[in-house]
Design a protein around this ligand. Structure first.
Ligand SMILES: C[S@@+](CC[C@H](N)C(=O)[O-])C[C@H]1O[C@@H](n2cnc3c(N)ncnc32)[C@H](O)[C@@H]1O
Length: 197
């Protein structure tokens, strides 16, 4: 692995910044290589690790949204060090609001990496589908949240909102006839969604 990428993994671990798990990152890279997207949207940049992986494994440009100004600075520095910054539109702010505005830009994405707040996947889905091309993919990470989403149990108080909202997200995707999807029990669970019409 590139030394800068390796340093990013170490930095994230030391500073308790959640980034994509290794097993999930391998599936992300494989999916990006197969799809070969042109325009990627990412919700949840953190320090730019997954964004860098997607850029290094495609010819795409990346629009990536992050709420933490501290993370934005770190991500910018990392993209710059990897010589990827010219392919990145780094947006600081609340993705819940920004994705509503993106639909007015008339720009469509062919790949979306959904990795921001888990309890918001379900409310973000309709806006993301508006800006996703037909045949485009949404790669949603952590959808099984520590195995609590598909254990058949009523969630304990601590994670109740996230678990209920993720169950709702999975059910909405599976019941939408314009979508096909594949659930992978890898890492914290990955849902790969294809917009078929
Ligand atoms: C799991 S981390 C992203 C990890 C990154 N995709 C990676 O694998 O390298 C989730 C990120 O979403 C950010 N976030 C949380 N709520 C957000 C929001 N409402 N809008 C944008 N970003 C948000 C957090 O600050 C955090 O950096």
């Amino acid at each position: 692995m590139d030394k800068i990428l390796k340093n990013m993994v170490e930095f994230a671990s030391k500073n308790n910044i959640p980034i994509i798990e290794k097993s999930s990152s391998e599936i992300l890279i494989k999916t990006v290589k197969e799809k070969n997207p042109k325009n990627i949207l990412e919700i949840g940049t953190a320090i730019g690790y997954s964004g860098s992986l997607m850029l290094k494994n495609s010819n795409a440009n990346l629009t990536t949204i992050e709420i933490s100004s501290k993370n934005i600075l770190l991500a910018k520095e990392n993209f710059e060090n990897l010589n990827l910054l010219h392919r990145v539109n780094l947006i600081e702010g609340d993705a819940n609001e920004i994705i509503k505005k993106l639909s007015f830009d008339n720009k469509l994405f062919d790949f979306i990496f959904l990795d921001g707040p888990k309890s918001k996947y379900v409310s973000q889905l309709p806006y993301l589908l508006n800006i996703l091309e037909t045949n485009g993919l949404i790669f949603a990470d952590d959808v099984l949240f520590r195995g609590l989403v598909n254990n058949g149990q009523y969630p304990k108080h601590k994670h109740r909102t996230i678990v209920i909202k993720l169950r709702e997200f999975l059910s909405n995707v599976q019941n939408n006839h314009n979508l096909s999807s594949k659930l992978l029990e890898i890492g914290n669970g990955i849902l790969i969604i294809k917009k078929i019409k």
